[in-house]
Design a protein around this ligand. Structure first.
Ligand code: DNO
Length: 350
């Protein structure tokens, strides 16, 4: 495996200098954040980004994300142009050595939480999802702004989008995903870039709009749409793991053997009756067993990328929720420690 760290570019308080000092870090996972969703990323910006990263002796082999425009997900208006733009972004990123592109097909909202700074019993704070709080949230009132969301919609646009998705339903969303994959995967193959879809987070419908990349049955269906390795997965333990019906370890074994996992997001969560809380990566803190998870990756001889996912805010750090330095760095070292142990026990080097 190759250990990586998410970096939000020049504006990120977590700098490349700091990331470089985390042991075993091979590279960063990043994107061009100044581009509008759906547009072609300027080649000069891509090259500058890469130059900056390699000047710290880090790699830029994974992009997270090239966002999919809502017109593509709804297959309406400008979807053809946006699909052509998407293909062009794949080509441009391939030309500077990018190997994996992470994306998602979640309507309107990316990851959703009800609170971003819930104080845990040890005084740290974390992102949480309490069902009763989410039920009170009104996305149309425009009082929601989570860091992963596109904040550019007016109230009217948001209301229209939500109603369009309600009308489209799950079947419609599957059809549009199929169309998109059949268009872009051949280009990814030509460019030798692995596309890696991220699961919906949380893996169930929110605000009455459909979500489909949620469980093993649906991931099986997704992989069959274009049945080759270029149509692959970012397998996210925290997204899948917050539904008790998903067995993440089993999925690692199954999709790993099929050669379809290209990127892993590893984070722990504590399952509750009314939702979940994000916790430290350490197994004892949450509901997921990190030794079992990493053993599954080790046993499939996983050669792809891993990144520690959301961390808590600890030691007084403030910043982008889920993406501070300290707790993610602890997570990276914990994962690396387990991996090193597995390697040594098997008589291999790290
Ligand atoms: C959350 C992230 C997601 C992810 C996208 C991929 O922190 O894992 O926002 O980047 O869903 O497109």
């Amino acid at each position: 495996m190759k250990m990586t760290f998410r970096w939000y570019g020049e504006d990120d308080a977590v700098t490349l200098e700091k990331i470089k000092q985390i042991p075993n870090m091979s590279g960063v996972v990043t994107a061009i954040y100044s581009a509008k969703v759906g547009e072609v990323w300027p080649m000069e910006d891509i090259k500058n980004l890469k130059d900056k990263i390699i000047s710290y002796d880090l790699e830029m082999e994974v992009i997270e994300s090239v966002p999919v425009h809502e017109d593509i997900k709804l297959k309406r208006a400008d979807y053809k142009r946006y699909i052509e733009n998407y293909k062009e972004n794949i080509r441009r990123l391939a030309s500077v050595g990018v190997k994996v592109i992470c994306y998602n097909f979640m309507p309107v909202f990316d990851w959703t939480r009800s609170q971003l700074d819930k104080e845990l019993s040890d005084g740290s704070n974390a992102l949480v999802f309490y069902t009763e709080q989410v039920e009170k949230m009104d996305p149309i009132a425009g009082n929601l702004a989570l860091p992963g969301w596109d904040a550019s919609y007016s109230k009217d646009e948001m209301a229209e989008l939500i109603s369009a998705y309600k009308q489209l339903g799950e079947d419609g969303l599957w059809e549009n995903l199929e169309y998109f994959l059949k268009e872009i995967i051949p280009v990814a193959k030509e460019c030798d870039v692995k596309m890696a879809i991220h699961q919906d987070d949380p893996p169930w419908s929110i605000f009455g709009i459909p979500r489909i990349i949620t469980n093993e049955t649906n991931i099986d269906r997704f992989l069959k749409i274009v049945d080759n390795e270029y149509n692959g997965l970012t397998l996210c333990s925290g997204s899948l793991g917050c539904s008790p019906n998903n067995n993440y370890v089993q999925m690692v074994k199954k999709y790993g053997k099929m050669g379809r996992i290209h990127f892993a997001h590893l984070r722990n969560i504590k399952l509750l009756d009314n939702g979940f809380e994000e916790t430290a990566h350490y197994s004892q803190c949450g509901s997921l067993d990190f030794v079992e998870i990493l053993k599954a990756y080790y046993d499939i001889d996983y050669k792809g990328y891993i990144r520690p996912d959301h961390g808590r805010m600890i030691w007084g750090e403030t910043g982008r929720p889920g993406y501070g330095l300290y707790d993610r760095a602890l997570g990276a070292m914990y994962i690396t420690g387990i991996w090193e142990t597995l390697c040594k026990l098997a008589g291999n080097i790290l």
